[in-house]
Each structure stands twice: as C-alpha cells, then as structure tokens.
Design a protein around this ligand. Structure first.
Ligand code: NAD
Ligand code: 6OD
Length: 496
C-alpha cells in the first residue's frame, strides 16, 4: 500500500480487523477505507458477516458468565482507567485515525474527539463508582414492617451502533457507562470511520480486558454487520446514534424481543437571537454552532431566527465572519474547516444547495465547493453556506442537511419565534442568545428540545442528560441517565 500521500494511516491501520473474543479477526470480504481529504484509499476494512457477529455476541455472553461478571465496580473502573491511559499514550495515533477517516482539523481531533475519548471513559468510571440505589422503609396497612432497596445489575450484552461524525467520542460515550455497569459489548462503528474503533480495540487488548468484554465488528447497516447485530437474539439492549430513519428501522428489528433501546437521532436545531443579545458573542457562537466540524454535529444550528431590529446587521456580520473561515488541510496553521466525511455526503449537501435555489432562497454566501488546484480537488471539501428568504415550510427549513449550512430568518415577537422554532419534527437542541435573564428562563422552558444552551453552544458536563424529543430520539444518556439506561434495577423487599 502506497503511503505517499498526506494524512495516510500508519501501516498498522491499513488493514482494519474485527476484534472478537479477545482476538483480531480477518475476513475474506473487505471494503476500502477512503480518505475524504483527497479520495485516496487509506486501507481495507474486514467486513464481519452474520457468523462473525454471532461469534462476537456469544463471546460477549460468555464473558458475562466469566470473571467480568463477578468483577467489582472498582475492578471495572480500573480497566476503563487503563484503557484511557493507553489512549493518552497513543494520543497521536488516535488523532491521525480521526483526521484521516473524517477529514477534520487536527486541532479538533485533539481537543474534542480524542480528549473526549479519554474523558468519557474516566468520567463514567468515576460516576459508576458513586452510583447509589434507593432505600425505603415501609409499614403496610396490615402492620408488616418492610425494607425495600434497589440494586443495579447489568443488562447483559449491549449492541452499540454509532455514526461517523464524532467516531471515538460516540463509541466511548457508550462504552464507558455500559462497561462500568458490568455489561459486555459488541460495537459496530460506522463503515465511514472504522479506524479509531479498531485502535480502541487495541487499547482494550493492551489494557488486559478479558476476552469477549469489548468486541468490535466492522461493516455496513442493511445486509451487513449492523443488521446482523440488531437482529441477533442474543443481545439484550441497543444503544444507537445516527439518522432518525435508521433508528426507526432498528427499533423495529428489536421490537419482537422487547429489547432496551436508546436512540440519539437527527436534529434541525434552531438558534434564537434576541435584539438584546451580546451581538459579538451571538455572531461568534452562531458561527461555531453552524459550522463546527463542517456542520456535522447533530447539535449544529441549521435554523437561525433573529429579532428584526438586528436582522440586517446580523446577516452582514455572520456573512463577513463566515467568509473569513479558512478551509484547508487539517494541519494548516489557522485552518477552521476540513472536508466533509465523504464525496457521497457532499453530494447530499450539494443537493440541498440546489434545492434551496429552487425553493427561492437568497444565497448570502457559499453555495459551492472550493478548488485548490491539488489533490484536495478529489476530496469532499465544501463552502460554509448561508441562506435567507425561505418560508418555514421549505424543505431546506425542515430537513436535516448535516453540513455547514444555515438559514437566517427575522422574527418580531417571542410567541412567534417560539411557535416557529418548535414547528419541527425534530427536537434535539436549541440555542438562545439574550442578556435578559427572565426571558432566557421563560423561553428555554417553552422550547421543545432535550438540550438548550443559553449564550453558548456545545459546552458539556458529562453528568447532565443528553438526548432529544420527537424524531430526535428518546431516552437520555449522560451522568446517572446513562447508568440507569445501562443497568437493570431490581427491587428487593424484606419483611422484618
Ligand atoms: P446512519 O443512521 O446512516 O448510520 C449510523 C450507523 O448505523 C452506522 O454505523 C451504520 O452502519 C448503521 N446502520 C445503518 N443502517 C442500519 C441498519 N439497518 N441496521 C443496523 N445498523 C445500521 O447515520 P450517519 O449518517 O452515520 O450519521 C449521521 C446522523 O447521525 C445524522 O442524522 C445525525 O444527526 C445523527 N447523529 C445524532 C446524534 C445525537 O446524539 N442525537 C449524534 C451524532 C449523530
Ligand atoms: O457530547 C456528547 O456527549 C455527545 N454525545 C455528542 C453528540 C454529538 C452529535 O453529533
């Protein structure tokens, strides 16, 4: 394999194997891992078939009956700390994997993706050690004295299916709490971004995870590892992050078995900018919320509502800041945006550029692909794009684009903007920009989303609940909500 191109992966990652029952497993069927930076093939991925998925689920089941099943929460935490330590030691490899697979900037891979990979494991190890049960003293009508207390037990074998947009963050966000609760896992990362999950398997191996506790199977969704995993009768729960339609398909796949399921799905998130906001902070915050990770964060803002007195000024200022964003190689000094995840995804985003035009949008800036005159022209780069002038009924206002795009619309009153912001099939996140404290509290309570930021965007405390309403999914993860999801609560009642 030639490595004579920028952001090639090290030879060890040019052949990505499955990790099943403590062993790295090759398969006959393989697919290419293509870099979105220049379209070069980074390596081959060994696709797991239904038989290998079956081996992984059975290994995970056996591990529950082995030493892992009787390990103390402290011992489980020690494993997670050791894995976090391996990631820290191999930090640059993880950064290289995330950058090569996704085309994001090195800065982001360091400060968000790999940092959060480590932080997710350590935080959930700590939270798991502090998890408490409930205790009730009871005297019944008949005079019996009882004590009731709850214990947490693992769910069993957890299937984790994750997307490409924040690969290591997503897998560790699920693995940290699932493992500290005593479950075992079969993880299927996105086919678009298989490298960091393979490295994570290496980290678990190096950290001495008992065979079968953490398994990774590679492949696609339908007719591949994803569908085989969700259809497997041996799994006890599914944690899924991805598109709403895929979430619905997976719900159906596990419905007959009445399996536990957590769904973190898409969004069409609104920002509401009141005239009393800190204007510069609102511009910088909206720039970040619309274009971070090239618009590929489920929490990104695609609808911006701005109170009419500052509308024109806001559009002009956001346009000026957007046009200063630097698109380029992930390691270029001052680079703000890398590529999208793939050419295929770029075609989807570009189809919305065309649709916006057909729906009568005014293009404020962007709307095309940059050219570089080098191999990046075979990559998946795209311009950050702003529109105005669309009605709320336009498809571009209702469908998730998942690229660096936003539409800015004026509004005249609080009631009006609430009605318009809430008029969405999605309900993941919203952002409010105002210096009026009462308004911030009042409006935040009336927005129908699972997450609301006021005067900031995507600042995280992992103890807080995370998830959405409507087509954005159900169930909450984060903090004790993750511990609740990944454990079975049993009540024990004792007559004294
Ligand atoms: P996707 O739904 O296409 O794929 C997600 C994962 O599901 C992949 O691993 C894929 O192989 C697998 N999959 C697909 N079909 C399957 C099937 N039938 N059975 C089993 N597995 C299947 O999503 P994506 O394109 O990878 O990610 C982008 C989407 O994810 C966006 O909609 C984004 O908003 C959403 N997302 C949501 C959150 C959140 O926390 N709410 C976080 C990140 C991404
Ligand atoms: O920050 C997180 O914990 C999290 N789960 C982020 C998901 C982002 C979606 O793209």
């Amino acid at each position: 394999m030639s490595t004579a191109f920028r952001f090639a992966l090290p030879p060890t990652l040019s052949s990505l194997r499955n990790y099943v029952d403590g062993e790295f497993v090759t398969t006959a069927k393989r697919f290419d891992n293509v870099s979105p930076l220049h379209g070069k093939v980074l390596g081959q991925v060994h696709e797991a078939d239904a038989a290998l998925v079956d081996r992984a689920v059975k290994a995970a089941r056996r591990a529950l009956d082995g030493p892992w099943g009787s390990a103390s929460v402290d011992e489980r935490a020690q494993l997670l700390y050791r894995v976090a330590g391996v990631i820290e030691r191999r930090f640059d490899e993880f950064v290289a994997a995330e950058v090569a697979d996704t085309g994001r900037t090195v800065e982001q891979a360091k400060k968000l993706d790999v940092y959060r990979g480590i932080h997710n494991l350590r935080t959930f190890a700590d939270l798991g050690k502090q998890a408490q049960g409930d205790f009730f003293e009871t005297r019944t009508a008949g005079g019996d004295d009882l004590i009731n207390y709850t214990v947490r037990k693992p769910l069993g074998v957890v299937a984790s299916i994750s997307p490409w947009n924040l690969p290591l963050l997503s897998v560790t966000w699920k693995s940290g709490p699932a493992l500290i609760c005593g479950n075992t896992m079969v993880v299927k990362p996105s086919e678009e971004t298989p490298s960091s999950a393979t490295l994570l398997a290496e980290a678990f191996h190096e950290a001495g995870a008992p065979p079968g506790v953490f398994n990774v199977v590679h492949g696609f969704g339908p007719n591949s590892a994803g569908a085989a995993l969700t259809a497997h009768p041996g799994i006890d729960a599914v944690t899924f992050t991805g598109e709403s339609r895929t979430g619905a398909t997976i719900m159906k796949a596990v419905a007959d078995g009445v399996k536990e399921i957590s769904l973190e799905l898409g969004g069409k998130n609104a920002a509401i900018v009141f005239a009393d906001c800190d204007f510069d902070a609102a511009i910088e915050g909206t720039l970040r919320s619309a274009f971070a990770n090239t618009g590929q964060v489920c929490l990104c803002t695609e609808r911006v509502y701005v109170e009419r007195p500052i509308f024109e000024r806001f559009v002009a200022a956001l346009k000026a800041r957007t046009e200063k964003l630097k698109i380029g190689w992930p390691d270029e000094p001052g680079v703000d945006m890398g590529s999208l995840v793939s050419r295929e995804h770029r075609e989807k985003v570009r189809s919305y550029f065309k649709l916006a035009q057909d729906e009568g949008a005014t293009l404020v800036t962007g709307g095309g692909v940059p050219t570089f005159g080098d191999e990046r022209d075979q990559g998946a780069f795209i311009q950050p794009t702003i529109w105005t002038g669309l009605p709320d009924t336009a498809r571009c206002m209702r469908e998730e684009v998942f690229g660096p795009v936003c539409h800015i619309a004026p509004f005249d009153s609080e009631d009006e903007v609430l009605r318009r912001a809430n008029d969405s099939v999605y309900g993941l996140a919203a952002t409010l920009w105002t210096t009026n404290l009462s308004r911030a509290h009042r409006v935040a309570r009336k927005v129908h989303t699972g997450i609301i930021w006021v005067n900031t965007w995507y600042l995280r405390d992992l103890r807080t609940p995370f998830g959405g309403t409507k087509l954005s999914g159900f169930g909450r993860e984060g903090g004790r909500w993750s511990l609740d999801f990944y454990s079975e609560t049993t009540n024990i009642c004792i007559r004294l």
